[in-house]
Design a protein around this ligand. Structure first.
Ligand code: NAD
Ligand code: AHE
Ligand code: ZN
Length: 369
């Protein structure tokens, strides 16, 4: 069949809207009509050539929601007309990682996802006979996609696609980092660096669990009002304080935070986030994705004296199990999504979404097919 898609033919070039050929679902695969997709900073990072796994030409996008249109042989967990969220972190429930109960990082198909192909090693997309690669096992910037069954969360049908799509990455990443990766408790002091599409979701989850001080750090003052809407109690712009940001935050929290989060992808900020943790027990979680070749550093003494440095992918959420629950929380108004979606676009307008993100003017842009 044919599908309209925004294709990244080359790094650092605008996406081009073209009609691709799409092969139907094979064994264990599902054809999904994507109804809406968010634009995450990770898409921009790959398009800008910063991803060591970036492959071109490819169809980017990993934050979508849609409807099952056809199933391949052997598929049992979804059927035509089901509403689904594609999962870049699948959940096979059979691999060593899934069975460990210690991680959400299913390893069943990670190697082929990173190579831009389906689990059988081939792509379903082509253009004028040339292969176009998949991205993060999702490619939600295409109106139709083929997904492995284990990478689809089956969600309730009354959730609107243009909001539910955000649960496919940003909402789950931010909320999950608080409740799954860290199990933050009432009264804990929290610092969030970077108040964008991810950081604001960390804030709202910190508010939800009754955190104590909820401090937001951003170099863009326009994010102060956003932070306050999502539970932030104090805002700090590091470019506007006297002296060292770490010392400032340690003083503000009476010795350092119980939990800090990097939601910027900047390795200097990651170090500040670790060092703003409380001596003896503070935990710093890296969520931001750093450019290829970047490394993090700190004095080992920071760890010797009890600070913990860890990371979180997709908020530690097990996709097929937890994503439908997050959709329920949204529908039950436990978490807010609507105000965070500041812009919507047609597929033809998708490059505007990247421009607004780079300019710091949008929180989440969503393409509606
Ligand atoms: P975004 O562009 O919406 O937000 C980034 C925010 O960081 C902006 O508000 C910006 O002003 C702020 N910022 C930039 N430099 C800063 C600095 N030096 N100090 C303080 N604030 C600064 O991006 P997003 O969609 O929220 O994504 C944030 C990061 O999270 C990206 O690196 C993205 O790739 C990553 N990410 C990771 C996961 C995961 O599973 N680990 C999932 C989604 C996104
Ligand atoms: N391809 C990059 C790594 C990118 C990365 O860390 N991705 C996050 C999700 S970002 C979503 O917006 C993730 O889940 N990582 C776990 C994984 O298995 O990719 C690189 O450095 O090569
Ligand atoms: Zn993302």
């Amino acid at each position: 069949m044919k599908t309209r898609a925004a294709v990244a033919f080359e790094a650092k070039k605008p996406l081009e809207i073209v009609e691709l050929d799409l092969q139907g679902p094979k064994e264990g695969e599902v054809l999904v009509e994507i109804k809406a997709t968010g634009i995450c900073h990770t898409d921009a990072y790959t398009l800008d050539g910063h991803d060591s796994e970036g492959i071109f030409p490819s169809v980017l996008g990993h934050e979508g929601a849609g409807i099952v249109r056809e199933i391949g042989p052997g598929v049992t967990s979804v059927k035509p007309d089901d509403h689904v969220i594609p999962l870049y972190t699948p959940e096979c429930r059979q691999c060593k990682s899934c069975l460990s109960g210690k991680t959400n990082l299913c390893t069943a198909i990670r190697a082929t996802q990173g190579k831009g192909v389906m689990p059988d090693g081939t792509s379903r997309f082509s253009y004028k006979g040339e292969t176009i690669y998949h991205y993060m096992g999702c490619s939600t910037f295409s109106n139709f996609v083929v997904m492995p069954e284990i990478a689809l969360a089956n969600i309730r049908k009354d959730a609107p696609f243009d909001k539910a799509c955000y649960i496919g990455c940003g909402v789950t990443t931010g909320v999950g980092a608080v409740i799954y990766t860290n199990k933050i408790q009432a009264g804990d002091n929290v610092i969030v660096f970077g108040l964008g599409g991810i950081g604001l979701n960390v804030l709202q989850a910190a508010r939800m669990v009754g955190a104590g001080k909820i401090i937001g750090v951003d170099i863009n003052n326009e994010k102060a009002a956003w932070g306050k809407m999502f539970g932030m109690t104090h805002f700090v712009n590091p470019t506007e304080i006297d002296g060292d940001i770490v010392a400032h935050l340690v003083e503000l929290t009476g010795g350092g935070a119980d939990y800090t989060f990097d939601c910027t992808g900047n390795t200097t900020v990651m170090r500040q986030a670790l060092e703003a943790c409380h001596r003896g027990w503070g935990v710093s979680t890296v969520i931001g994705v750093a450019e290829a070749g970047k490394e993090i550093a700190t004095r080992p003494f920071q760890l010797v004296t009890g600070r913990v440095w860890k990371g979180s992918a997709f908020g530690g959420a097990r996709g097929r199990t937890d994503v439908p629950k997050l959709v329920d929380w949204y529908m039950d108004k436990k978490i807010e999504i609507d105000p965070l979606i500041t812009h919507t676009f047609s597929l033809e307008e998708i490059n505007k979404g990247f421009d607004l993100m780079h300019a710091g003017k949008s929180v989440r842009g969503v393409v509606i097919f």
